[in-house]
Write a protein that binds this ligand. Structure first.
Ligand code: CTP
Length: 400
């Protein structure tokens, strides 16, 4: 890191606030200048003196205290930083952000900001799963707010589930990515496919697979944060798309191929994360197939291989493939990379990855293989984007 960056660290009320002291220490060790703002409830869990000592800067706790030093503290503080990180972000604060409330210093300066905002949610699993919280998070994603985690695990209340705040090293990595790789791909057009496809058999049934779309959506988020112009083509998922330039929802492999082919002439990098069906029904029955007591055969024919179609077209974009394997990961991944002529292939073991929020990945390129140790998908997504940057634009080569 060369240039000194300024972070506004917002701490809201939650037991995970104690962990953020360690994170603040890591941030300052990275030469990030940290300015801390705590909500009133955060102060019930940790003291401002801790952060003052760790960051070497005054800690702000309310609008009126800060006013004593600055005329317009909410404007002043948000203008002098490169990024705002709210960690932990409580369910209550997330609700405030989603609705644009400004009833305390932290909420006010988030509303007045002109820099990126990241939040690291931390809460009880039931609060996390509550539709109101998920609705608020969807809204924030659409507003371009980056959401870090949470992780799955044991919670302070004794329950186990989603809602643990990411650990300090993961927060540091996310911060580095957001603060230092923002111009990596500015002006570059990145196309990403994500999620499963659904191949209809009859009016109500079809063939699909267990892809959640989380990895593809995380890559889209990381690509946005790297400054790229991002198009996301997605099969059916339950996720809210990040704030991409263009979002194209599709259902089947044929539809996905059509959308991809329409977009590739304006694409520099194609990252094929989608779990595309390999087969589809030869005939789609227009009505629901009725049950009988005899065996039923459905003729399946190959679905198009979208990545291979693109990578073997004349003047292809820089193509990145994903390989989901259940066995012999290294061998299968290497065969796949050669067969599809890809400068980069990202491989994982499916049983570890589907629907999970963390994954362990192996990257295969002309230089060999590189392990990406287990981390949150958004962290992995940034690592992949950075790795692509080390290879791009030497993409004219064909893989032997
Ligand atoms: N892919 C694709 N179209 C398909 C199948 C796969 O574009 N019909 C892409 C995926 O998006 C991924 C890569 O090809 O980037 C590898 O997908 P994977 O399912 O792991 O491999 P397959 O080529 O389908 O081979 P197999 O299912 O035999 O492992």
């Amino acid at each position: 890191m060369t240039e000194k960056k300024r972070l506004l660290l917002g701490i809201t009320g939650g037991i995970a606030a104690y962990k953020i002291a360690e994170a603040a220490r890591l941030f300052t060790q990275e030469d990030i200048e940290v300015h801390t703002v705590m909500t009133e409830s955060a102060c019930h869990f940790v003291g401002p003196a801790t952060f003052q000592a760790l960051t070497g800067n005054p800690v702000y706790t309310d609008l009126w205290q800060a006013s004593a030093m600055q005329n317009m503290p909410h404007i002043h503080l948000s203008r002098k930083v490169d990024l705002i990180l709210i960690a932990p972000a409580s369910a209550d604060f997330i609700a405030k952000l989603a609705n644009g409330l400004a009833d305390d210093l932290l909420a006010t300066l988030c509303l007045a900001r002109n820099c990126p905002l990241l939040i690291a949610p931390a809460m009880n699993r039931q609060m996390w799963e509550n539709p109101a919280t998920q609705r608020n998070l969807s809204r924030l994603r659409q507003d371009g707010v980056g959401i870090l985690g949470p992780a799955y695990g044991t919670q302070a209340c004794g329950e186990t589930g989603m809602g643990r705040m990411l650990e300090a090293p993961a927060l540091l990595e996310a911060l580095r990515n957001a603060m230092f790789s923002d111009k990596l791909f500015s002006g570059t057009r990145i196309l990403i496919t994500a999620g499963p496809t659904f191949e209809a058999i009859d009016a109500v049934r079809g063939i699909t697979n267990r892809s959640s779309g989380k990895m593809g959506y995380a890559i889209a988020q990381a690509a946005i944060e790297s400054g790229a112009t991002v198009t996301l083509i997605s099969g059916p998922t339950c996720l809210t798309p990040p704030a991409v330039h263009q979002f194209i929802p599709v259902i089947s492999a044929d539809e996905m191929l059509h959308a991809v082919q329409t977009t590739t002439p304006q694409t520099d990098i194609f990252i094929s994360v989608a779990a595309v069906a390999d087969y589809r029904a030869a005939q789609i029955q227009p009505q629901k197939i009725k049950k009988t007591n005899t065996a039923l055969s459905i003729e399946l024919i190959p679905a198009p291989d979208i990545l291979q179609t693109v990578s073997q077209s004349p003047n292809p974009p820089f193509c990145v493939g994903f390989a989901a394997e259940t066995e012999q990961l290294v061998q299968n991944a290497q065969i796949k990379r050669r067969k599809k002529k890809l400068p980069l292939l990202v491989a994982n073991l499916v049983q570890d990855a589907i629907g999970a929020d963390e994954s362990e990945l192996i990257l295969f390129d002309d230089n060999g293989k590189h392990l990406l140790s287990k981390a949150a998908k958004i962290v992995q997504a940034h690592r992949i984007i950075q790795h692509i940057h080390t290879l791009y634009p030497q993409s004219g080569h064909l893989v032997s």
